[in-house]
Design a protein around this ligand. Sequence first.
Ligand code: HAM
Length: 419
Amino acid sequence: MSDFQAPKGVPDYLPPDSAQFVAVRDGLLDAVARAGYSHIELPIFEDTALFARGVGESTDVVSKEMYTFADRGERSVTLRPEGTAGVMRAVIEHGLDRGALPVKLRYSGPFFRYERPQAGRYRQLQQVGVEAIGVDDPALDAEVIAIADEGFRSLGLTGFRLELTSLGDETSRPQYRELLQEFLFGLDLDEDTRRRAEINPLRVLDDKRPHVREMTADAPLMLDHLSEGAKEHFDTVLANLDALGVPYVINPRMVRGLDYYTKTTFEFVHDGLGAQSGIGGGGRYDGLMKQLGGQDLSGIGFGLGVDRTVLALRAEGKQVGEAARVDVFCVPLGDLAKAALLPLAGALRAAGVRVDLAYGDRGLKGAMRAADRSGARIALVAGDRDVEAGTVGVKELGTGEQVDVAADAVVADVLARLV
Ligand code: HAM
């Protein structure tokens, strides 16, 4: 056992598998960039109060899972548990919402939640996310959902489904909340669940215990009590998704772990992952910007789980991403040869060729083994005597054929071979 291990619940991505991680992250980001979202790079930690107010005090994320600490100046800071609150903070702080709307932003990186680690549930998780802020248009909801769907499909993922519902607007929400509470308070609930029904009744519908499930089977559903405006918004989102050819199922009992959602709310679920089946999720948030001290503008976005998408692809037996390999491997035999091949490797790299070199003087046999392992097509082999003669051996590793090439013609020779 080594002296140190990675923190509990935090994955390392090592070669060659790390290539999959990069391919998933970049594939999801590419799909987003094709729809005109600009990159935003934000702090990994923020003022603790931002998340308490933005994500919601009653959520598990805020009440149980935050990495919160006092910095050396006695400020309470928190490692970001999600991306939306930070994006909103930056948009308000820098006045991005005073320009053309919607503000379309994308981001990727690590987020931190002190959850109970298990397969697919990490304490440092990676997301690719977007936020489209300032326009309350159901067509934009459909776009956001469609680019997530396209991102997963572009990676070759197929075994997932999109679940969708509406959590209502400021007219329908309070009325429904009362209705649901009335229903829940009529049940024989334990103390804890009752308290939850008081603070956030929707969350009781997400209770996984069978006896609670049974009791809440006939609970009133938000979807049946939408205001006219919210219903029209939702129906238009569905019509737009149909037009875009994005398949979905409506799940009126969906409950998300963050408090800011209103209207369209969605999750991408993969069946090959066991309990942690959510590979992405998001929705609209009407009140968030105002809540954080900004204008009263709506927004919509998503976070896609890069770690879980890697696992989902593996569950489907699909390979994405190419492990790092090189085109050319240099084998210097002697100090003079090394001094000559090192700048040659540099010149080839500058010409766009992927090149590695055998370091550490391990002799011809060891160096040729390293060349084979590197996946290179060509080896450049030279001893000190070749250098004195002004030549380098160019060897095709596939066939074993080798010719001597004048040192100053090697770059051109290699480029010609690689086309
Ligand atoms: P979220 O549903 O909390 O939403 O997280 C989004 C995705 O991150 C999940 O679907 C899952 O794939 C991944 N994820 C979350 N927690 C973990 C974990 N512990 N281990 C591995 N993967 C995890 C948000 O974070 C919102 N900010 C999304 C959003 C953006 N909504 C609107 N805009």
